[in-house]
Design a protein. Structure first.
Length: 309
């Protein structure tokens, strides 16, 4: 009986000690709410085995290329390619094209000219250069410039005094010679086909102006260079403005030949206006505005929309 009682007391003391320990270690509800739970995995992280580095070709990881192939490993160049077996006569050079061909006896022959453009320093001969006697590149060449004057009969045609009946005047007072008259003088002096205009630049199309540089070539010689220009007001009129730009360049080039040079002489312009032209008041019938305009005395009065007052 006494032993049973002792066993019950001993078992009760163990239960009370366990409950006291659990109460002491359990967190309070407030602390548990503030601190989030951390899930700790019981599994250990997997370790991947590392591959050993290798510097020997063919070992280690076969998917990586450790060296790059070179052409020296694939192509065998024969020693003759380095100049040992190839003669210099079989290799063409630019010197062969620049120098005139030679005959079998060693003398040079100029029967087959090359097509290399003639530079300014080599344009001393009117008939052509030894390298290119008949086909200069007029886009950059100055072949034949100021080598010698034209024959006397040609010079007389070019420098013939201008006929006042051929001169026109614009309403703003600018005197001019129609471009067809310049072409007639050139045809009379050099003959049709004996002269031409060679473009020396690309056509420059601006917002309102078209311009291009031309060279006047007469009898195979460069005579003058000038840039022509022409205004346009609609993109559809650019082709027409391009043709007018060429005519404007022709008139400017003809100054160097003495054609209609009086039109650039201020004294001639004043005398021509006072003798052959008149300045009149006109009224625009649409807006009723008046202004002064020029016309030749032998021309009729201004027509619509202007009315002389």
């Amino acid at each position: 009986m006494a032993s049973r009682l002792l066993n019950r007391i001993h078992a009760g003391s163990r239960l009370s000690a366990a409950s006291i320990r659990s109460f002491a270690t359990a967190p309070s509800p407030e602390v548990a709410a503030r601190s989030p739970r951390r899930l700790v995995s019981s599994r250990a992280p997997l370790k991947t085995p590392t591959a050993k580095a290798s510097t020997t070709v063919g070992r280690g990881n076969p998917n990586f290329v450790e060296t790059l192939p070179t052409t020296a490993d694939e192509i065998d160049i024969p020693p003759e390619a380095y100049g040992g077996g190839v003669s210099s006569e079989s290799v063409p050079s630019s010197h062969d094209f620049l120098s005139p061909p030679t005959s079998k006896n060693g003398s040079s022959s100029s029967s087959a000219p090359s097509s290399i453009p003639v530079e300014f320093a080599e344009s001393a001969v009117i008939g052509g250069s030894p390298r290119d006697p008949s086909h200069p590149d007029w886009s950059r060449s100055y072949f034949g410039l100021s080598t010698q004057p034209f024959p006397k009969e040609v010079a007389e045609v070019l420098m013939t005094p201008i006929d006042p009946l051929d001169v026109e005047i614009k309403p703003d007072g600018l005197v001019y010679l129609p471009e067809i008259k310049y072409r007639r003088v050139l045809n009379k002096a050099f003959g049709p086909g004996g002269w031409g205009l060679a473009p020396r630049s690309e056509t420059n199309v601006g917002p309102r102006v078209v311009s291009r540089e031309y060279a006047l070539v007469c009898l195979g010689r460069l005579v003058a260079i000038a840039r022509g220009e022409q205004e346009y007001f609609d993109p559809n009129g650019i082709p027409t403005a391009t043709e007018a730009c060429k005519s404007n360049a022709l008139m400017r080039c003809c100054k160097d030949l003495g054609i209609a040079s009086e039109l650039w002489d201020p004294r001639f312009i004043r005398e021509f206006k006072s003798k052959y032209c008149t300045e009149v008041f006109v009224e625009d019938v649409r807006t009723k505005k008046k202004k002064k305009l020029w016309r030749r005395k032998d021309q009729p009065a201004f027509e619509y929309p202007f009315k002389e007052t």
